[in-house]
Every structure is written in C-alpha cells, then in structure tokens.
Design a binder for this molecule. Structure first.
Ligand code: 1SD
Ligand code: ZN
Length: 274
C-alpha cells in the first residue's frame, strides 16, 4: 500500500496534525488514545468478566507476522470459523472475533505506549483487534460505534526476557521490509501474551477510535490495569524493525509509532473494579 501518513510530528506533510486532511474523522470527536485519570474513572458494576474463547490453546498452524510500515502485525484470524472470540465484559452483543494484534513503541529510553494511566507511559503497548461478528467486513465494522473492540495491554520493561514473547520477537528479524511477512516458527496460546484471563482481570472501558487514519470512532476500548512484562532486549528488538524504505535507500528504524493523546471531551471512563 502507499499510505501517506506518518508519526513524525516534525514532518510538514504526513504527521499526526495532518491526518485530518486525509481522514476527517481524525479531527472529529471521541478520538484515541487518551490518558486515563484514575480519579475520574467510575466503577461500573455491570462490567463483568471477559469470556475468552480459544485463547488458551495454541493454533493448529503458526500465525503470520507482517511489517506494514507502521507497526508489526501478528495475524491470528482463521476466518469466520475462527475459534478466537471474546464476549462478556459489558461488550455489545453478540461477540467479537479476534483479527490481529500489533504493537506501539518508542525509541531508546523513550516510552511508546499510546494510553497512559495517571500520566504513566509504558515502553510499549499491545493492541488485540477484534471485529463485531454482526458485521461482514472490517470496512462495515469501522462505520459503527460498536464495530471493533480493541484490548490494550501495557508492556512494562524488565531485565530478563519474557519467554512468552520469544517466538514473536525472533520473527522480527524476518520482517525487515515493509510488506514483508513470515510464518512464526512455533505456536503459542494468545492468553500467554495477556495479563491474565481470569474473572479478576481489572480493566478500564471507554468509547474511542482507531489510533491510525482513518481514525473512525468505531472502537470499544478496553485498557487492562495490569501490565505484562517484556525484556529490555526484546523492546530493543522492536526498535530495530525497519520502516517503509524506498527500494535502494537505507531504511530507517520504525520508532515512536504512537499517536499523541487526544482530548477526553465529554466521555466517561469506566472501571470494572474499585
Ligand atoms: O493501528 C491499527 C490499525 O493498524 C488497524 O489494525 C486498525 C484496525 O483496523 O486498528 C488500529 S489501532 O487503533 O488498533 N491502533
Ligand atoms: Zn494500535
């Protein structure tokens, strides 16, 4: 694809302040990401536990990792027969099918999460993207406020590697071109990348948008309270993934691929606990 947008706020043409010129919704209401001010969140006792379907088993064949020039995407969707779904947790009916997960990160010594809790940014954030099963396509889902559900997981840096990310991180060296994709060398359950799947999992909930153009206000956001650890060296591996480079030019690393935080406006952020 030939996307015309970028994350570089210094760029006179493609940076986040220009996104609304290409995609008007980026300048509209209910945008993401946001800071979650813990003093302003409201406990909602109707926000029950998630039901994770298929998250505890490894898939029959390995998933595919892709460099799309803006992030690395792990495609986990096996089509309408997919057994990966989420429901419950106050999500609109009937259920949401898991499509892909991808990451946002910073640069050396710089936090790259999109959401923050009381202003605390983390080194990385993982998004697990789901589509409401009542819609036939991603395009259709993007035009409805209940079209997508994204689970946002804060990744916290630790000294030692998190073995649950090893397969994915070792795939990064094989997606060194924009558009490159590779099958991972082994399988693992999606639950191994989450802060948990128990009924005690704490989360925040608000209505927002895609954090990339077209920025459609189509996302039921879940931000988990607990981070998942990732190794310092693993974070550094993400920061070596090359960005969209023109053939023949030396590629620059893809870094700081997070959108600036957006105004909350009149929105409420709900908490499943408290
Ligand atoms: O940035 C992603 C984008 O790549 C795509 O996955 C989209 C869903 O169609 O979601 C956004 S995000 O809001 O999850 N960052
Ligand atoms: Zn994202």
């Amino acid at each position: 694809s030939s996307d015309t947008w970028c994350y570089d706020s210094q760029d006179p043409k493609c940076g986040p302040t220009h996104w609304k010129e290409m995609a008007p919704a980026c300048g509209g209401p209910a945008q993401s990401p946001i800071n979650i001010d813990l003093h302003l969140v409201q406990r909602d006792p109707t926000l029950g536990p998630f039901i994770f379907q298929g998250y505890n088993s490894a898939p029959a064949s390995p998933w595919t990792l892709e460099n799309n020039g803006h992030t690395v995407v792990l495609h986990v969707d096996a089509g309408p027969q997919s057994l990966l779904e989420i429901r419950g947790a106050g999500l609109p009916l009937p259920a949401y099918r898991t499509l892909q997960l991808h990451f946002h990160w910073g640069g050396p010594g710089q936090a790259g999460s999109e959401h923050s809790l009381d202003g605390q940014r983390r080194p990385m954030e993982m998004h697990v993207v789901h589509m409401n099963t009542r819609y036939q396509s991603l395009g259709e889902a993007r035009s409805h406020p209940d079209g997508l559900a994204v689970l946002a997981v804060q990744l916290a840096e630790q000294d030692t590697d998190n073995a649950n990310f090893s397969t994915l991180v070792s795939g990064l060296k094989n997606v060194s071109q924009r558009g490159a994709s590779v099958n991972l060398t082994s399988t693992f359950p999606l639950a191994s990348l989450l802060p948990g799947t128990s009924s005690l999992l704490r989360y925040y909930r608000y209505a927002g948008s895609l954090t990339t153009p077209g920025c459609q206000p189509a996302v039921v956001w879940t931000v988990f309270e607990d981070p998942v650890p990732i190794g310092r060296a693993q974070v550094a591996q993400f920061q070596t993934v090359p960005q969209a480079g023109l053939p023949g030019s030396s590629p620059t690393p893809l870094r700081e691929n997070f959108r600036p935080q957006q105004p909350l406006g009149g929105r409420r952020v709900l908490a499943s606990f408290g």
